[in-house]
Design a protein around this ligand. Structure first.
Ligand code: ADP
Length: 457
């Protein structure tokens, strides 16, 4: 609008002045031809100046109603001849002008255009004052009226264009911005407590639909992550409540009255067990938090996977022996991956720990690791209790335990597999679990083999 408000008036003014110039130029050139025509009819002979004007010319200038005028003067201003159309009046004479010139003047109360056409005397010896000035004038009332009307029409047209475009622009802008306003109001309404509301795309124009659906997708993600967060906090609190209440109850009972050393010993053992459980949960939560951070700071190096697996087995050997379980390892010594010792050890010790924990007495754990098309595949197979089919896709969820009673009995918190999953994802790999109830479980880990692995960190 601002551009229109500047451009249109400038355009109008320049159009008006161009037309004015065309009109005045055409009047001036016609006046010049008339003056030249009159000059050819002036005969100078010694001191005498004669005019041989035809009837036709006389008719043009001499009618009292004629709109054309002429006056012939000497250079000093004395009039030699003038048209009858001038009646008693005279054409304006500036006196000291040396050259042919054009002016706008008033003749008998009407606007007119005037030429002072200088005709120097051919006989130079007679001096300059013997030359003639042929003045021709023409009434330009009609042309001035035409220009006035043109100016009026132009101003009105520009004004109406400005009004129409301003109001049209306003209406269009308002209409176009209404959905934006609605979108923004909906977004304002959506808050932590109201994350399920969405922008309805019914009244939204095509151009904004993409934006609205991007917002909706973002809110979907936000809602999911909020719910996950909420669930996680609830689960974590729930998990920590059990060992905490064990500690609290044991302490309260012991403090109620004097106890025997045996009773104190038992209570302290229970408290230690509960504290260990809590500290394990907290450690796993911290690991998960670290793995879930936007930027995970891993101290990567080239690692022989067989070394890590052997280390994890070594760590868990006494635990396995307690349950009479034998671990069998067969690992390719040449498989190298780029990674961090700590996280890889966490991954394999969690999986082997599960294979021992959920095994049967005197059961077996088989670990195979080999290279396959640039991928290091590790299989951890046990002869344990297995997982029911309906639980298989949930075991990677945080705090998910297949059967709370069997897990609790074995000291699980439901965080082990979700940590494994997070680690494998971090390495750009994959983890799969297959199981048959009562027969055993096989967990397969696929990690990109190579010394310059690109990790999703
Ligand atoms: P936890 O710390 O309780 O072991 P996980 O996340 O490691 O939690 O495992 C989730 C659930 O999956 C466990 O509660 C357990 O019931 C089941 N599970 C995991 N590994 C095995 C396995 N090798 N054999 C049988 N059940 C398993």
């Amino acid at each position: 609008m601002a551009v229109l408000f500047v451009i249109l008036p400038v355009l109008g003014v320049s159009l008006y002045y161009s037309l004015g110039k065309i009109v005045y130029d055409s009047i001036d050139s016609s006046l010049l031809s008339r003056a030249k025509a009159l000059a050819t009819l002036v005969l100078s002979d010694n001191d005498e100046t004669e005019f041989s004007f035809s009837d036709e010319i006389m008719w043009e200038y001499n009618s009292p109603k004629s709109k054309s005028f002429f006056q012939i003067r000497r250079f000093d201003g004395t009039t030699l001849e003038k048209s009858t159309s001038l009646r008693d009046g005279e054409l304006f004479f500036p006196g000291n002008e040396q050259q042919t010139s054009f002016k706008s003047v008033m003749i008998n109360g009407a606007p007119a255009r005037l030429i002072d056409f200088h005709v120097p005397d051919e006989n130079a010896s007679k001096g300059k004052e013997h030359g003639l000035i042929i003045q021709c004038a023409e009434d330009i009332q009609d042309q001035i009226t035409l220009l006035k009307n043109y100016r009026l029409i132009l101003s009105l047209s520009i004004l109406s264009i400005l009004i129409i475009s301003a109001s049209g622009g306003f209406i269009i802008a308002k209409k176009a911005l209404t959905p934006v306003k609605e979108i923004s109001e909906t977004i304002d309404r959506i808050s932590e407590s109201n994350l399920s509301e969405r922008i309805t795309s019914r009244h939204i124009p095509e151009e904004l639909r993409l934006l609205a659906s991007s917002f909706n997708l973002t809110f979907d993600r936000l809602e999911r992550s909020f719910n996950r967060q909420r669930q996680f906090t609830a689960d974590a609190s729930h998990e920590l409540r059990t060992p905490l209440s064990v500690i609290l109850i044991q302490s309260e009972i012991m403090l109620r009255k004097e106890r025997t050393p045996e009773e104190y010993k038992n209570a302290l053992a229970a408290i230690t067990e509960a504290s260990k459980m809590m500290s394990e949960i907290v450690r796993k939560l911290l690991t998960l938090a670290r793995l879930g951070a936007d930027k995970v700071d891993l101290k990567t190096e080239n690692i022989h996977l067989a070394d890590i697996i052997n280390k994890a087995v070594k760590l868990l050997t006494s635990f396995a022996e307690q349950h009479g379980i034998r671990i069998n390892v067969s690992a390719d010594e040449h498989a190298v991956i780029r990674g961090e010792q700590e996280t890889l050890l966490e991954l394999f010790s969690n999986l082997i720990d599960n294979a021992i924990k959920y095994n049967v007495p005197q059961g077996k754990v088989y670990i195979f690791m080999k290279k396959e098309d640039g991928v290091a595949v590790t299989e951890i197979r046990d002869t344990g209790i297995g997982i029911p089919d309906e639980d298989l896709d949930k075991v990677f969820d945080r705090f998910y335990r297949v059967d709370k009673s069997r897990s609790k009995l074995r000291g699980g918190s439901g965080l082990g597999l979700s940590i494994c999953n997070a680690i494998v994802k971090l390495y750009g790999g994959r983890i799969e679990i297959k199981s048959r109830l009562g027969t055993g479980t096989t967990v397969s880990v696929f990690l990109k083999e190579g010394r310059d692995n690109n990790m999703h960190i």
